[in-house]
Design a protein around this ligand. Structure first.
Ligand SMILES: *Cc1c(COP(=O)(O)O)cnc(C)c1O
Length: 363
């Protein structure tokens, strides 16, 4: 059956998430659902405590450590609940009882993170770009020294902006990296906690990566429900309850793929090439304009609009004919969003640029 799996019609998948994964990850994970590594059983019908699955979990965690140079005193966990539960988990593990936290609201997910943190305590919004529909990243904002942590969203998936560098902070930094983890080099030691839903650069929906500085846990003097308690999950090696085995497996495969092509250094270079290509065309082509400040442009999600909406139907027809999928913009921005996650080849971006140029000749 698997031998018959052939390449389907070439689609250029710019979906914002869930999104494109490397072809070999799809093939290997499909095979593992039938039979894992010649053991005669499916990945999804064996115990998560079997040596086969424990080895998958350990490999996935080890690859995270290796690819991101995670320091010794950090733990790597694969949990559930998405980044959306991460919003609450972050607050519960780092906000002291009667303490407060500082949030930057740079987009829709950042706003949701701040909203959830309010269930745990006081939230101070110290910077926001809401005044301009989140089209820029606030800079040089004051970080209150008496807050328990600063929360950032590294890449604003919907609005297409990204922190190019992270602020210097005397208080711990927590960062939601759901839509740009593994896309560029980061210094993990600058963060108390990094969390990321898997379904953008890592694997399928169903698991969430946490990378946490062990030394900073256990200081809140609050009771944390077990499923939200990172120390509980650390003590149980990410197996406090049944882990999402399929999602963890796809992460392991994607990280193996990333390592095989040269790791984060190599992919960052390719991601920069893809971003340069699309933004170059957005700036050159008189029919389009970007929606964000240039210096804050995301290398993962490029947002742009037609200067004259009357030609929309014609443009939409062209890209659909070229096999492009998933570039419709989020309703809060409109226009288009080209999401260029790690697995999207440069060639797909070239196809989109070609369509934009063809469109220009037709108008
Ligand atoms: C997609 C996304 C989320 C939501 O993740 P879930 O896993 O669906 O909860 C949170 N933050 C950012 C930055 C995202 O891109």
């Amino acid at each position: 059956m698997l031998a018959e799996m052939t390449e389907t019609k070439k689609i250029h998948n710019f979906s914002a998430g869930p999104c494109i994964l490397p072809r070999q990850v799809l093939e290997k994970s499909a095979k593992a659902v039938i039979e894992l590594d010649d053991i005669g059983l499916s990945l999804i019908e064996i115990s998560h405590r079997s040596k086969e699955f424990i080895s998958v979990m350990e490999k996935a965690r080890a690859l995270v450590k290796e690819l991101l140079n995670v320091p010794e005193n950090y733990s790597v966990l694969f949990l559930q609940g998405g980044a959306s539960l991460g919003f609450l988990t972050a607050a519960h593990n780092f906000m002291r009882k009667d303490g407060k936290s500082a949030y930057t609201v740079t987009g829709e997910w950042a706003r949701k993170a701040a909203k959830e943190a309010k269930y745990a305590g006081e939230v101070d919004i110290i910077a926001t770009s809401e005044d301009k529909n989140f089209n820029y990243i606030p800079k040089n904002f004051e970080i209150p020294a008496n807050a328990d942590y600063l929360h950032l969203t590294s890449n604003n998936t919907i609005f297409g902006t990204q922190f190019k560098s992270f602020p210097e902070s005397s208080i711990p930094i927590i960062c939601d990296m759901s839509s740009d983890i593994f896309s560029r080099k980061i210094d993990v030691s600058k963060f108390a906690l990094i969390y990321a839903g898997a379904q953008k650069n890592m694997g399928t929906a169903g698991t969430t990566l946490y990378i946490v500085n062990n030394d900073l846990l256990g200081k809140t003097e609050r009771e944390i429900p077990s499923m939200l308690n990172l120390q509980v999950h650390i003590d149980k090696d990410s197996m406090f309850n049944t882990p999402p085995v399929f999602a963890v497996y796809t992460c392991m495969l994607t990280l193996e793929w990333l390592k095989s092509i040269g790791g984060v250094d190599a992919i960052e270079e390719i991601n920069n090439q893809k971003a340069d290509l699309i933004y170059g065309e957005i700036d050159r082509n008189p029919l389009f304009e970007g929606t964000t400040e240039k210096e804050d442009r995301s290398i993962m999600n490029a947002t742009f609009v037609l200067k004259d909406e009357t030609h929309k139907e014609e443009f939409d027809k062209l890209w659909q004919e070229a096999g492009i999928s998933g570039i419709k913009g989020h309703r809060s921005v409109g226009g288009y969003r080209a999401s260029m996650y790690n697995a999207l080849p440069l060639e797909s971006v070239q196809v989109l640029v070609d369509v934009m140029q063809e469109f220009e000749t037709k108008i």
